[in-house]
Design a binder for this molecule. Structure first.
Ligand code: MN3
Length: 206
């Protein structure tokens, strides 16, 4: 049984950057539904019993039934992506990373501001619903990308592991930011928990 990550903060804790109603609906309804639907879909796949979500997302081609495969792709992606999202945002966060991650950002993107601009432009440019990512490869290098729907680099067969994702589905921002997605993206950087992202980076390159 897959379980949603527990929030270490209240729904209103990310105000004014992400509003309470959006956080509550996003976590209690959207993420909960992805999680429940994943658990239901997975029951029908013997190969996936007891497997972790990373394995499942990388091995969707093992599911011969197209409807079940699609259900696991959409809801398994939704489960994984939102666990990452909700665990890498926090109150009193934002700023810039330090240590190994900061050094690698400088090496791969030139500066922290250049990384933010890169991911922000991929998030703003994603047509329709989807995500923009910062991911790490085993050799320590960092890459950015964007995915449609609830896809992510694992589903797409990348060797890179996501360490930060911006959800640009309208449910992530529309109540407060309406059609102005770029304002939400700008605000998102104020809630990024770089300590947690750094921890995921170290984990990914181990
Ligand atoms: Mn979402």
């Amino acid at each position: 049984m897959f379980k949603q990550v527990e929030l270490k903060y209240d729904f209103n804790a990310l105000e004014p950057h992400i509003d309470e109603l959006t956080m509550n609906t996003h976590y209690s309804k959207h993420h909960a539904a992805y999680t429940n639907n994943l658990n239901t879909a997975i029951e029908k796949v013997a190969d996936f019993q007891g497997k972790d979500i990373e394995y499942i997302l990388k091995n969707l081609d093992k599911v011969s039934d197209e409807a079940i495969r699609t259900a696991i792709r959409n809801n398994g992606g939704g489960f994984y992506n939102h666990n990452l999202y909700f665990s890498t945002i926090a109150p009193n966060a934002g700023g810039e990373p330090s240590g190994k991650l900061a050094e690698r950002i400088k090496k791969d993107f030139g500066s922290f501001d250049a990384l933010v601009a890169d991911v922000s432009s991929k998030a703003a440019g994603r047509f329709g619903s989807g995500w923009a990512w910062l991911s790490a490869k085993k050799d320590g290098s960092l890459v950015t990308s964007s995915s449609p729907n609830q896809d992510n680099p694992l589903i797409e067969g990348s060797e890179a592991v996501p360490i930060l994702g911006i959800d640009v589905w309208e449910h992530a921002y529309y109540l407060k930011y309406k059609n102005v997605r770029p304002d939400y993206i700008k605000a998102f950087w104020n809630v990024v928990d770089w300590n947690e992202v750094s921890r995921l980076y170290e984990e990914a390159i181990k």
